[in-house]
Design a protein around this ligand. Structure first.
Ligand SMILES: [Zn+2]
Length: 494
């Protein structure tokens, strides 16, 4: 019987459906996918058991019980991948395990319940989390959540970020820390360095199923340099072991000298934009010494995430009106919004402000972030882009303990900032889809609307090649072939 059906299909162009359990047919969609310059109108897409089986302009028939969507006038795109989010870090509070979040267990509970839904509300169907912390189980055990990939952090006592936390917290947050040959700080109860060599830690990370190793190149925020860095020997050993295990190395680095150090260590991806230029400046474009390092990023084919929302989130943290952002209500539980308005929620704003001096106002600090630091990051990104280099969507959500960045919304706004800076809408889409899929070698499954790939797709009301805001005008989110109305994911529907 099956053979007859197949023959019939070849003759008439009408395909019949096998006994697949979960079938979804999308009719009359306009496909907008990053590998093509033009949209393809009037496409019918058959999805079976979570994968795209067939794309055709010919009619496709399915059984009477199967779900059919008429997408006439709508746009079908790949789901968004944000390759730099921290699902354990709670906006306004930080990573559970640290003192502040532990004071608000009820808020953590409502936040973690809504968070994966907020990503889906914004069409983020894949995330990569470079520092999973201790709360990723809430995310991966949620009934619906974006596909989750992770790196694991390697740090060393006495270096950032280990050095920034009380030791008993650091050893829990960074279970794969290494003991260097000449440790910069001793760890209580740590007997032997031979148990914590780079080779051993990388091997354990590979066995845990992670996709990558994250290293921190940070000797102090901004122009500061109070923290030691891991020895070059340690970094070389980590890089060699990672290559041996097929793991990518992703670097936290946002300052000129730190990005240079990351390149020296052979990293594969720089997960931050370069917004600190070590005192250099220029009227327009980037100064020569910044250009030199950015050019090296391109020559070495190192992935680049501009992560502009980190600075945006710090700037908006300073401004009272940020809390009235109408988009928050859609993705943030009401209890959290109420808490953000309290005096206690201003702790991080005050900490950041004091970093700029005791007599500076929050509004002045906001200006520095939003108009001075952000501009440098944008120019660095555009130097790469204007040289023809591909960008990766990585928002670093939430980027800090700011409340101004919220799940999913931050990924969308990162795309908006790219478009505002002059990245073409086609390249904005590529950054959010195929570039990330290729970077992490998952492009057989993700990144384009193509037969054989996982059906993590979006149906948009507008064409994202016409307007970046189309990414915030989502009709349906399709996750592994299951269709969901966007509004199912509203915080108020939870
Ligand atoms: Zn990060």
């Amino acid at each position: 019987m099956k053979n007859i059906l197949v023959t019939l299909c070849l003759c008439t162009g009408i395909s019949n459906v096998s006994e697949a359990q979960n079938v979804l047919l999308i009719n009359n969609a306009t496909i907008v996918s990053p590998e093509r310059d033009d949209a393809r109108a009037d496409q019918n897409i058959l999805i079976e058991d979570g994968r795209i089986i067939k794309i055709s302009t010919d009619a496709i028939s399915v059984g009477a019980s199967h779900k059919v969507i008429d997408a006439a006038g709508k746009f079908l795109t790949p789901g968004i991948m944000d390759s730099h989010v921290h699902v354990s870090s709670v906006p306004g509070l930080g990573f559970p395990g640290e003192a502040k979040p532990e004071m608000y267990p009820d808020l953590l509970k409502v936040y973690f319940k809504q968070q994966p839904r907020s990503f889906l509300y914004h069409g983020v169907t894949q995330v990569l989390d470079p520092n999973p912390g201790m709360s990723k189980e809430y995310f991966v055990n949620a009934p619906l959540h974006p596909d989750y990939m992770r790196c694991e952090v390697i740090t060393a006592p006495g270096t950032f970020p280990f050095v920034e936390k009380p030791q008993e917290v650091a050893v829990k947050l960074f279970p794969y820390y290494v003991i260097e040959e000449n440790p910069k700080e001793l760890v209580d109860g740590q007997l032997s360095a031979s148990d914590r060599t780079p080779q051993k830690m990388v091997s354990e990370i590979a066995q845990s199923g992670a996709s990558c190793v994250k290293l921190y190149f940070e000797d102090g925020y901004g122009e500061d340099s109070q923290w030691a860095m891991m020895d070059a020997k340690t970094l070389i050993e980590i890089d060699a072991a990672a290559k041996e295990h097929g793991l990518l190395v992703l670097a936290h680095a946002n300052e000129l000298e730190m990005q240079k150090a990351a390149l020296d260590a052979g990293v594969d991806i720089i997960a931050h934009g370069m917004w600190n230029w070590a005192g250099a400046n220029s009227e327009q474009g980037v100064p020569d010494k910044v250009a030199e390092t950015l050019n090296r990023i391109m020559a070495d084919n190192v992935g680049y995430m501009a992560s502009q929302m980190i600075i945006e989130g710090l700037g908006k943290l300073m401004l009272d009106q940020s809390i009235n952002d109408p988009e928050f209500k859609k993705v943030v539980p009401a209890e959290l919004i109420e808490w953000f308005k309290t005096d206690d929620a201003k702790w991080f704003r005050e900490e950041v402000r004091l970093g700029f001096g005791s007599d500076i106002s929050p509004e002045e600090v906001a200006e520095i972030f939003l108009y001075v630091i952000a501009k440098r990051g944008r120019r660095a990104m555009m130097h790469l882009y204007n040289s023809g280099y591909s960008l990766l969507l990585g928002s670093d959500f939430p980027g800090s303990q700011t409340f101004a960045n919220q799940p999913g919304l931050t990924s969308f706004r990162e795309l908006e900032l790219m478009a505002d800076a002059g990245v073409s809408l086609r390249d904005v889409m590529a950054a959010a889809t195929i570039n990330n899929a290729k970077q992490f070698s998952i492009d057989d499954d993700y990144g384009t609307v193509t037969e054989g790939k996982i059906a993590n797709l979006l149906i948009l009301n507008k064409n994202p090649f016409d307007d970046v805001k189309a990414w915030n005008d989502i009709d349906k989110v399709i996750l592994h072939g299951q269709e969901h109305d966007r509004d199912e994911f509203l915080a108020s529907a939870n």
